[in-house]
Design a binder for this molecule. Structure first.
Ligand SMILES: Cc1cc2nc3c(=O)[nH]c(=O)nc-3n(C[C@H](O)[C@H](O)[C@H](O)COP(=O)(O)OP(=O)(O)OC[C@H]3O[C@@H](n4cnc5c(N)ncnc54)[C@H](O)[C@@H]3O)c2cc1C
Ligand code: SF4
Length: 329
């Protein structure tokens, strides 16, 4: 591991000045569960690490009239069903509880979770590829079992986004607050996780002088119930092979409002808009739900070893909706 300088700012202003002064060579430190791996595998080489954990302003869950704001250094274990402001966002607390292991959740922060890099074996093993600054994807013709099945025709990298919370946040109106010494901006989550294709090496639109300071979620419509379902090869210590989140308002058997997202199947959480359209304003029946989920996955394209994800995603989507409406089908 190359040596680096560790800085511990006492205020956000001081942290931002440190970023500004480091000319793109600094990395923010949340829980360190990802950053230290990135440094160890040479995927990150910061001369300076700026530890955000002492900044009280960036920690905790606050409610307001318009929703909740979760500080970037809030640990995933704090996003629990016991946290009262998060009670309208069950999908998020379920997704946070599905991350890794208790040790990881006690250390990992929400900001760091949204900024993590893909878990692609090739990237993590030092292969030259789009995400490491190269111009090829060795995974396409190699070990493809973890790769994307949706949206793959539009991207050069086929790695899936690894975050569980990001999928749950996608069924709510979520914006990420980015702050630098020169100002701040509120970016919708989908935009935050979608750097331009010409910037294939990046995973977010975060600039090198910016920090994530909080994640804002607007209050859902009255009566919204939500759920998150994760399918993995083990109950703990595993990333999603496929996952789904659903947020629904049900009224006398009709789905008045529905938002759906899939994880583990695309380079970013995938809004299941085809399925949403097939369900919105209609009576929810098992047959209609299955047909909506199948319609969403009709666009899936798979390689040699990731075709199994199609059925996993269809099942996860159905189960997320069923759980969200309380199994009343
Ligand atoms: C064994 C294991 C299992 C895991 N399983 C899962 C899983 O099932 N589901 C899942 O979702 N994740 C999983 N993860 C990933 C884990 O959730 C992330 O490593 C963690 O959330 C990152 O948060 P952190 O605070 O530790 O980030 P750090 O390691 O501190 O930082 C990660 C990256 O984000 C940047 N960063 C951190 N905070 C900020 C900020 N406020 N502003 C700007 N940049 C910032 C850092 O510079 C770094 O590049 C797993 C990780 C491990 C090691
Ligand atoms: S899938 Fe993405 S991260 Fe993996 S080798 Fe291909 S370009 Fe690299």
């Amino acid at each position: 591991m190359k040596p680096f300088k560790l800085l511990t700012p006492e205020s956000l202003t001081q942290a931002l000045a440190m970023f500004w002064g480091s000319e793109g060579k600094a990395a923010a430190l949340g829980g360190g569960t990802e950053l230290l791996n990135l440094i160890r595998t040479s995927l990150s080489d910061p001369g300076v690490i700026i530890d955000l954990k002492s900044l009280k302003r960036l920690r905790g869950v606050r409610s307001s009239r318009s929703g909740v704001a979760i500080g970037a250094t809030t640990q995933l274990s704090e996003l629990s069903p016991q946290c009262r402001p998060l009670q309208p966002f069950a999908a998020l607390t379920q997704a946070a509880a599905a991350v890794g292991t208790p040790q990881i959740r006690n250390r990992a922060t929400l900001g760091g979770n949204l900024c993590q890099r893909p878990r692609c074996l090739y990237l993590r093993s030092g292969f030259d590829c789009w995400k490491s600054g190269g111009t090829q994807c060795p995974a396409r013709h190699g070990e493809s079992s973890g790769l994307a099945i949706l949206g793959a025709e539009r991207t050069s990298c086929l790695a899936v986004h690894p975050s569980d919370p990001a999928v749950a946040l996608s069924v709510f109106d979520t914006r990420v607050k980015l702050v630098s010494a020169s100002g701040s901006r509120l970016v919708p989550l989908a935009q935050f996780l979608a750097p331009h294709e010409s910037d294939a090496g990046r995973d977010t639109v975060l600039r090198s002088d910016e920090l994530v300071t909080e994640v804002r979620i607007a209050s859902p419509r009255p009566g919204t119930r939500s759920a998150y379902v994760k399918v993995a090869d083990r109950a703990a210590f595993s990333f999603a092979l496929a996952s789904a989140a659903a947020a629904c308002v049900m009224d006398r058997g009709m789905l008045r409002h529905v938002r759906l997202a899939l994880g583990g199947v695309a380079g970013a959480p995938w809004r299941a808009r085809v399925a949403e359209e097939a369900l919105q304003g209609r009576k929810l029946t098992p047959a209609r739900l299955e047909s909506a989920a199948r319609a969403e996955l009709a666009a899936a394209r798979h390689l040699e070893r990731n075709g199994y994800k199609v059925d996993l995603a269809i099942g996860a989507l159905q189960e997320a909706v069923e759980r969200a409406v309380g199994g009343r089908l």
